[in-house]
Design a protein around this ligand. Structure first.
Ligand code: B3K
Ligand code: ZN
Length: 877
């Protein structure tokens, strides 16, 4: 147990700050062991706040060196340091200047929150509550101030000194030191503060905004990495142009800097004018990065850039509003991604991610609304629900309003709230006012947790040509929410004739039939939609483009097959195929028929996908892949990880054998790779070819030789890795040779080495648990590096269902051991690792008991961080 049970923060407890901060002047004397931070705050009592409340400044892991009020030193009787770390000053004048001097130890900061060092350089991470680890401050997003930052450091050690805004001054100081001063003209909350200092190199470019502002762009990396920044820079310029074109939003400073760091708790951070990025989302060369890595870079660069308006210029009033910036910005980065390549494939990839991470969360002990009601540790709420489901909510608004009205809503939002810290209500009201639609009911999407389940039934009257579609919605109870209300669900749909052609649709009461996709809005628990002019019953195609984050069930296999072949909407075609394969696997699991031949319908569908693959290889690769083991698990009441794995392998092997010739032919046809390009067609061809390889490898010995040959000849990481994944699943000498060769070649490249760890951690071989324990003790494993921890421990526990759930409980024990070892160093990463153990209710009784026991062991650990305490205790509740 923690020393004292952490206090819960509740959304309804929000009070405006008692004091506002107009300006902040910071001066850092950087030193790894003892950095001195001087802060000068101009304070003013908030007319909207409590007129008598004292000034409360948050603080954590700080040494207070001095305090001055309006130029005079403050005696110890004028302030109090509370047990929670905060500094409380009563009896302040309504307007005053407070100077605070603190000391911190960046090198000892293993939490990677606040100011820390990585590879000898200094970096900050302040969201959500890291600024209080730098200096005493009202560390809450509704306190927005203008910052001036002076950084002083040893010139040899830190030739580069960066902070937010524009650089206004720089110069030499005695003793080999130098300084730089940065001024950020835009008011911002403390979580957007950033400082970077070290021996870094810049890759430079420039961008001219639509209104003619010249922006100097720079990506700061370690020496040697400067050849790996092209794609990141390209992505940045594309993002800047896209936001102007699609949302009319321009960049607002003369500089935009990105700094890359190897030790980072998440993907990247949108600090004003100085984004800090995990190297994983910056560095790429064809030899070191896969197509998926390239995609990730484009997505994250865009995401952080788009935050400049949705998050920075308009920010959150409090952390319960997190989805205000995150959901909206994910939606924006998804739209950007769709415009940069195949919109259909992008939607498939995004929905797959939502279903893989958010649907299970919504169905487990950590389910929470997109706008949560309470938390112990806000850093636990950077979740798929807040991000991905939040994005789906924005997408529903977009689809209900259409692009033009949605844009008017966004213009209203930004125009009305620029430089403000606002709430989700403010956002929805602006979209409603600007877009012209009543969204009162729609707010329920933010407050109600759980994924709605949709079922349908149909009746047809040949005499009148009337066809009635009945839609029903139901949401299961979630922790703390027993009763659920119906939600407004936009359902993009169309009707197909029995011959597969798209039919025009006319609802009862409409005068004219409409061609193509239309929108139905389901608002009740059950609702009828009556269509006219239908002499024969049509086949409905529902949730085109996945127009709402719901589960649609109960569609017959026959109809799924029909939709997979005939629908005009590529998302529905893909989705119906996936549902069809899932239904098959579930039947096989239920019947324990582990040696059946693959279903003829599936064989035919796969054959025709291969036949037509050249037209759209990217789509074909998506559609040829069977649903993941965890996706199948998510459809089962009680998960049987071994049966799922066995059945899926069986099906893949069967398909590989039945279609061996076609897989082979497709594989050969795509063998000439030519110069590496990253457009969707080229990467789609690689994906398709590697899908074929995986099927062939399961089908027989020849596949192993093929994989070995591909691994040896590969000139890009996508092909090398795909072959290595295939080999790593086997017990062959080829496997050991390839893994050894890969390690020998790439041991100096930490991002590639991460892949080496992940591949072994995700291998389905029965001995993987032991392998993972051994790798944990490997000299290249480093518990302090979040990427490495994710690559080994995260990949194993969240990405290797069958081995993590080993019936012995060894996988659970390994995960709990890691969490316990990591928690004192980095609570954020430790608490994030825990999630798979929380799903114990979905496993059989024996596994469930083992998982619970590990959670209890974690919870019994002395001095547990509040992050891990919150996760483990909620998971057991
Ligand atoms: N806003 C950051 C995430 C901060 C996480 C703090 N635990 C990155 C992003 O979503 O853009
Ligand atoms: Zn974000």
């Amino acid at each position: 147990m923690t020393e004292q049970t952490p206090r819960e923060t509740r959304r309804t407890d929000y009070r405006p700050p008692a004091f506002l901060v107009d300006t902040v002047a910071l001066r850092f004397e950087l030193d790894p062991q003892a950095t001195v931070v001087r802060s000068r705050l101009t304070l003013r009592r908030n007319p909207q706040g409590d007129a008598t409340a004292p000034l409360r400044l948050d603080g954590e892991a700080l040494v207070l060196l001095g305090l001055r009020l309006d130029g005079k030193a403050l005696g110890a009787n004028r302030y109090a340091l509370e047990t929670d770390g905060s500094l409380v000053l009563p009896d302040l004048p309504d307007a005053c200047v407070l100077e605070v001097e603190t000391r911190i130890a960046p090198e000892a900061n293993t939490e990677l929150s606040g100011l820390y060092t990585s590879g000898g350089a200094f970096f900050t991470q302040c969201e959500a509550e890291g600024f209080r680890r730098i200096t005493y401050f009202p560390d809450r997003p509704d306190v927005m101030a203008r910052y001036t930052t002076t950084v002083v450091a040893d010139r040899a050690r830190c030739p580069v000194l960066l902070s937010n805004g524009n650089r206004t001054d720089a110069g030499t100081l005695p003793d080999g030191r130098h300084f730089a001063t940065w001024v950020d003209p835009h008011p911002k909350p403390s979580y957007l503060f950033a400082l970077v200092a070290g021996d870094l190199l810049a890759v430079r470019d420039s961008f001219t905004t639509r209104s003619g502002r010249q922006v100097a762009l720079a990506i700061w990396v370690r020496r040697g990495d400067e050849t790996s920044c092209d794609h990141a820079m390209q992505s940045l310029k594309q993002s800047m142009a896209w936001d102007e074109r699609v949302f009319g939003l321009e960049y607002d400073l003369d500089e935009f800097n990105i700094a890359a760091v190897s030790d980072f708790n998440m993907g990247a951070m949108e600090n004003k004018g100085l984004n800090v990025f995990n190297t994983k989302y910056v560095l790429a060369r064809p030899e070191t990065a896969t197509d998926a890595d390239y995609d990730g870079i484009q997505r994250v660069i865009a995401h952080e850039y788009f935050h400049n308006w949705t998050g920075n210029r308009v920010t959150c009033r409090d952390w319960f509003q997190l989805s205000l910036k995150e959901g909206l910005t994910v939606f924006r980065d998804q739209q950007f991604g769709a415009d940069m390549g195949s919109a259909a494939v992008k939607r498939i990839v995004d929905v797959r991610r939502l279903r893989a991470a958010q649907f299970p969360e919504d169905d487990g002990p950590l389910a929470h609304p997109v706008r949560p009601d309470s938390y112990l540790a806000i850093d636990n709420f950077y979740t798929p629900t807040v991000y991905e489901k939040g994005a789906e909510i924005c997408r529903m608004l977009y689809r209900m309003l259409g692009p033009d009205r949605f844009r008017r809503g966004m213009d209203t939002y930004i125009g009305r709230h620029d430089n403000q810290a606002v709430t989700i209500e403010d956002f929805v009201r602006a979209i409603s006012d600007g877009g012209g639609m009543d969204l009162t009911l729609f707010m329920r999407w933010y407050s109600q947790a759980g994924t709605p389940e949709l079922t349908i039934s149909e009746t047809h009257d040949p005499a009148t040509g009337r066809w009635t579609l009945t839609l029903r919605q139901f949401t299961r109870p979630t922790p703390g929410q027993a009763e659920k209300q119906p939600l407004p669900i936009p359902i993009a749909m169309g009707l197909l004739g029995q011959d597969g052609t798209e039919l025009p649709t006319r609802l009862a009461g409409e005068t004219e039939a409409r061609p193509g996709t239309r929108m139905l809005l389901l608002t009740e628990a059950e609702q009828d939609f009556v269509f006219e002019d239908l002499p024969a019953p049509p086949v409905p195609s529902l949730l085109r483009g996945f127009s709402a984050p719901v589960r649609l069930g109960g569609i017959s296999r026959e109809r799924l097959r029909f939709l997979a072949t005939h629908d005009t909407d590529p998302f529905v075609r893909w989705d119906a195929g996936q549902h069809y394969a899932t239904a098959l696997m579930l039947e096989l699991i239920a019947g324990r028929a582990h040696d059946a031949e693959p279903d003829e319908g599936l064989v035919a569908a796969m054959a025709s996908l291969l036949e037509g693959a050249d037209a759209d290889p990217e789509f074909a690769a998506e559609a040829l892949a069977l649903p993941s083991e965890s996706y199948v698990a998510d459809q089962m009441k009680v998960v049987d990880p071994e049966a799922i794995h066995a059945v899926r392998q069986l099906l893949r092997r069967g398909l590989g054998r039945r279609l061996a010739a076609r897989f082979r032919a497709t594989y050969e046809r795509l063998t000439d790779t030519g110069p590496y390009r990253i457009d969707g067609r080229a990467s789609g061809q690689r994906a398709l070819r590697n899908t074929c390889l995986a099927y062939l490898a399961l089908a027989g010995q020849d596949g192993i030789a093929l994989a070995k040959a591909q691994f040896d000849a590969a000139r890009n990481m996508t092909d090398a890795l795909a072959a290595l994944v295939v080999l790593a699943a086997t017990n062959t000498p080829e496997r050991d040779d390839a893994l050894a060769a890969f390690h020998a070649r790439w041991r100096g490249d930490e991002l590639v080495l991460d892949k080496w760890f992940s591949i072994q951690a995700t291998s389905p071989r029965p001995q993987t648990v032991e392998d993972v324990r051994r790798l944990y003790r490997h000299p290249d494993f480093d518990l302090r590096n979040p990427n490495r921890v994710r690559a080994l421990v995260g990949a194993f526990s969240a990405g290797n269902q069958v081995r993590f759930h080993d019936a012995s409980g060894a996988g659970y024990r390994f995960l709990a051991d890691t969490v316990i070892a990591l928690d004192p160093m980095n609570g954020q990463i430790a608490s994030r690792l825990i999630n798979p153990l929380g799903m114990w209710r979905r496993q059989d009784a024996a596994r469930g008991a083992l998982m619970r026991a590990e959670l209890e062991r974690v919870l019994a650990t002395p001095k547990l961080s509040r992050l891990t305490f919150e996760k483990a205790s909620k998971a057991l509740a």
